[in-house]
Design a protein around this ligand. Structure first.
Ligand code: HH2
Length: 286
């Protein structure tokens, strides 16, 4: 069995499991909102990957394009040039690492899967590139389908919903159905309400508050609230790196409501908080 197949099999174990699972964020970009430029050098990126794995990350999410509000896309060639050497470097040091590639481009996904990535995180939920669904189907790999209203360039201009929770839930159900109809294995689909992607503060809070409705779809749910600007709106913490406590609050609340995957920059803090939340919620009763 090749490396990719073996890693995908391990990832299948993750998607079938109960979690909670920590997904460590590794942005190989010059312009990501909280860690842009920190890990452009493959050596620095591999060190950060190892540190997150040592702190207890169950998988890593490696991305080569920022999708922060107002960001511009990069070319597929540039995205591959950023991501693939980093994947190779991480996997040569840590062959068992489960790595997700954060991309909506079929070509990048293919190159990353070839280099040993095990799953694909598509913030467009397979709408960004018509070829993506067949890449996922052919690789028989898990996929994260995320909700976004609009695109990163303009999504925060004036997000609007009649009923945000219902609309996000219906969107995710429809995208999961589309994927399954195209041959993607239903047990390999993870859904994500897309905190901060075409949502104002109230929208983000409504989604977190009512996350059990999204969990009700019966698919594992990923939550990506780490260091995002809605935390600054509540706490006043301007420096994104310092929004750890606010992030941890979202992690614990989302876990209690049934989320399975937590996409975070600060692995140790979120891991410890989840361990305590798990102990409180699931310790056997006397
Ligand atoms: N958030 C970001 C990027 N990818 N993927 C999923 N599934 N869910 C998310 O919430 C999500 C995501 C944005 O955060 P980050 O990667 O830290 O920043 P940037 O897009 O600026 O690189």
């Amino acid at each position: 069995m090749g490396r990719t197949a073996r890693n995908i099999e391990r990832t299948g174990t993750l998607t079938a499991g109960f979690g909670p699972f920590i997904v460590g964020i590794l942005n190989v970009t010059p312009d990501s909102f909280s860690d842009g430029g920190d890990f452009l050098d493959p050596e620095a990126a591999a060190e950060q990957a190892a540190a997150m794995l040592d702190e207890g990350a169950d998988m890593l999410d490696v991305g080569g394009e920022s999708t922060r509000p107002g960001s511009d896309p990069v070319s597929q060639e540039e995205e591959i040039r950023r991501v693939v050497p980093v994947l190779e470097r991480i996997l040569s040091a840590r062959p068992e690492a489960v790595i997700c590639v954060d991309t909506y481009r079929a070509g990048t996904a293919m190159a990353a899967l070839e280099a040993g990535a095990s799953l694909v995180n598509d913030v467009t939920a397979l709408r960004g590139d018509p070829r993506m669904v067949s890449v996922i189907e052919e690789a028989a790999c898990p996929v994260i389908l995320m909700h976004m209203q609009g695109d990163p360039k303009t999504m925060q201009k004036d997000p609007h919903y009649e009923e945000v929770v219902r609309e996000v839930k219906e969107f995710l159900a429809a995208r999961a159905e589309y994927a399954v109809a195209a041959g993607v294995r239903p047990e390999y689909i993870i859904v994500d309400p897309g905190i901060g992607f075409g949502k104002n503060l109230e929208h983000n809070l409504a989604l977190l508050r009512n996350l059990d409705a999204i969990v009700g779809l019966g698919l594992p749910v990923l939550i990506g609230a780490s260091r995002k600007s809605f935390i600054e709106r509540i706490t006043g913490v301007q420096e994104a790196r310092d929004r750890v406590s606010g992030t941890v609050a979202t992690t614990v609340l989302a876990y209690e409501r049934g989320a399975t995957f937590f996409r975070v920059h600060d692995v140790r803090a979120n891991r410890e908080a989840l361990a305590v939340a798990q102990a409180v919620l699931h310790s056997p009763r006397r």
